[in-house]
Design a protein around this ligand. Structure first.
Ligand SMILES: [Zn+2]
Length: 265
C-alpha cells in the first residue's frame, strides 16, 4: 500500500477525496479509482467530476472546465504540502458569503437565526478521517474532534460499550441539496425545517459534531437515552471534550437529541 492520504480537502463547491476511500459505482469508476490518488467530488450531489492520476487530471464529466468551483479545486490539488497530507496542518474555515446568497434564493431569511438563536457555521478547509460509520462510510471530522472521537470510542470499548458513529461532518451543499429536492417536490420551507436543520446552521458543518448510536438501536431516536451507551456517554464524554448539544428544553427550540454530541475544548 502506498502512502495513502487520510484527509478530505474542502473547497466551496468541490471536495478532494482520497481515491482509496471512495466506493466505485460501476466498472469504469473502479478502473479509474484504482489508479487515482485523488478524486474531485461535487458536494451538491456527490458526483465524481475528475480523477487526479499520475499523468494528470482525467475528466469524468463533460464540460469539466465550466464546472462551478473547478479552478479553486484545482488550486487545492496543487497546494497540498506534506504536513497537510499527514493531517498536521492547522484547520482553517471557508467563507460564508456564497451560502447566504443561496439561503435567500431558497426563501430562508434571517428570521430563522433570530428565532432559534443559532449562528451560521463555517465549514473547515480540510477534515480528518475518523474511521468508518455504522454504514461503512468514511467518517470525516475536524482533526481535533477526530482524535477525541477515536480515543473515546476505544475507551468505551474497553468498558464493553460499543459506540457507533451515525453521521459526522456534513457540508452546506449537502444540506442545501436536501432542501432543494424537497422544495422541488412541493414541500414548504417551514415543513422542511420541522425535520431538517436549515443549511448553514447545523453543528455538523463544523466537523466537530457527531451523531452517536449503538448496536441494535435505530439511529437518531430518543430511545437511545435508555441504552448503556448513553449512560456511558453521560458519565464519560465530558472527559474527552464532548457535550450533548440539545438536551431537553434547550433554548434553541430544537427537539431533544440524546445522540448528538459536539467536541469543543
Ligand atoms: Zn446531529
Amino acid at each position: 500500500m502506498r502512502g495513502q492520504s487520510r484527509i478530505l480537502v474542502n473547497t466551496p463547491d468541490i471536495e478532494l477525496w482520497p481515491a482509496h476511500l471512495l466506493r466505485a459505482r460501476n466498472n469504469h469508476d473502479a478502473r479509474v479509482l484504482s489508479r487515482a490518488r485523488t478524486v474531485l467530488r461535487r458536494k451538491r450531489d456527490g458526483r465524481f467530476l475528475a480523477a487526479v492520476l499520475p499523468e494528470g487530471v482525467m475528466p469524468l464529466v463533460y464540460r469539466l472546465a465550466h464546472e462551478p468551483g473547478f479552478d479553486a479545486a484545482l488550486d487545492a490539488v496543487d497546494a497540498r504540502p506534506a504536513h497537510r497530507r499527514a493531517g498536521l496542518e492547522r484547520v482553517g474555515e471557508l467563507p460564508l458569503a456564497r451560502l447566504q446568497e443561496r439561503l435567500h434564493a431558497l426563501g430562508l431569511d434571517d428570521r430563522y437565526a433570530e428565532r432559534t438563536g443559532l449562528p451560521l457555521v463555517a465549514e473547515p478547509d480540510w477534515l480528518a478521517f475518523a474511521g468508518f460509520d455504522r454504514y461503512r462510510r468514511p467518517l470525516w471530522l475536524h482533526a481535533d474532534a477526530a482524535r477525541a472521537w477515536m480515543c473515546m470510542q476505544a475507551a468505551a470499548l474497553r468498558d464493553g460499550i460499543v459506540l457507533e458513529a451515525i453521521s459526522g461532518y456534513r457540508s452546506h451543499d449537502y444540506q442545501l441539496g436536501i432542501f432543494e429536492r424537497k422544495r422541488a417536490r412541493g414541500l414548504a420551507v417551514d415543513e422542511i425545517l420541522a425535520v431538517n436543520a436549515a443549511p448553514g446552521y447545523s453543528e455538523h458543518h463544523s466537523g466537530r459534531a457527531l451523531d452517536i448510536g449503538t448496536l441494535d438501536e435505530p439511529p437518531a431516536e430518543e430511545s437511545f437515552e435508555r441504552t448503556p451507551a448513553f449512560a456511558w456517554l453521560r458519565d464519560n464524554a465530558q472527559g474527552f471534550g464532548f457535550t450533548m448539544s440539545y438536551p431537553r428544553a434547550n433554548p434553541h427550540g430544537i427537539v431533544y437529541e440524546p445522540w448528538h454530541w459536539i467536541w469543543s475544548r
